[in-house]
Design a protein around this ligand. Sequence first.
Ligand code: PMP
Length: 462
Amino acid sequence: MTTSRGIPAEEAQKALSEDLDHVWHPLLQHKTLRENPPLLMVAGHGATVVDAEGREYIDAFAGLWCVNVGYGRTEIAEAAYEQLRKLAYYPHTQANVPAALLADRVSRLAGMEHTYFVNSGSEANEAAFKLARQYHKNRGQPERYKIIGRYYAYHGTTLATLAAGGLPERRVKYEPMPDGFLHAPPAYCYRCPFGQKYPSCGLACARYIEYMIEAEGPETVAAIVMEPIQSGVGVLVPPDEYLPTVAEIARRHGVLLIIDEVINGFGRTGRWFAHQHYGIRPDLMAVAKGISSGYLPLAATLATDEVFQGFLGDPAEGRHAMQVNTWGGHAGACAAALKNIELMEREDLVGNAERVGAHLIAGLRSLSHHRWFGEVRGKGLLAALELVEDPDTRRPLAGALLNRIAAACQARGVIVGKYAGWSASGVGTGTALLFSPPLVLTREEADRIVAVVDEALREVGG
Ligand code: PMP
């Protein structure tokens, strides 16, 4: 681990003590947080973050899968500064210059004509659900309200997005969930919900969606929502025909296809958007994270012109979208996002994600000699190493061991993501180390990540 400048020790102690007294952190148990306090991060450059004591870490998780352009980008800070000085914000019931330019830029990258701005991935999916339902109502099919998601998917933290997602550990404490959300099994070949093998399975997981639509009554189904690559539970890369099959089923039944590119989008998988690997076109698409690489919060729901047309009519008919959020199209955030995209293009970070991602995935696969090695899955700079107690039974490695492996990586200067499933049996989900580094990652940094994971696995697993 190399070191660079942190901040003075008294300043760091004061900040951490105030944090522990007053900040309520997500997903952490505060009762034990004082013994094991969070890292106090103070700086970053490229794929590296720096803590208060000046220790450097390769951030193999890019914050929360989001700092695609890397840390310390002065040009983005300057673009935001210029815009904040001129006009930070004005409500998006009027127009502003950066939002207009960004909508044009994003629409062209995605091949979808219309951009509805929101502030987070959760809101982007929630807006997509609402727009899908209203689209059908506007077209005289008010009974089309059901939304089909997938088990073990994550689409956000609001009640409707939790309902569309299928992560029991995130849902149970907040039940009852809103009505109208159904779940299909994920495309998870390593733990096939149908106990089959690809390709002899005939894509049972995709076909099951048609079974659901038929059984529910196609005239009651508004939309299907899915990530191209289901990220959170271990980067589930589907067979190539999966997404085209689902898209064709949706189209045939008049059901809209909502693609969640909150993690997958903005170069993460080696394409601007992951669905572009599979030659499909969503009707609605949620983006967040990489749109601004976290420099300022921003997200959006994109729609095709066909969907947009469904909202046109005489103003008195009330066909227009009936939702608004205060910060939507925030001028400063849009200016940061525009510069972020410009840097990604100028430096070919999407191409870098494809090339260095292939190198990282090959490196992770070379760890197959470890006794806990299950499978490596990934595309571009989005990857997972699934860990099992025993490769024959595929019983997931215990979460406590996963935590120790991640901690051993951190102690060696690499921050990784992790997922330990709800079910210890491994019927539904497994245990995985997750990788989603900034797209500026170099081959040498990828090698370092692999070497550190190798050492951590040896330290914890023997
Ligand atoms: N969709 C996916 C696939 C996500 O991973 C996330 C967050 N990690 C969200 C939606 C929600 O985004 P946010 O946290 O910005 O609300």
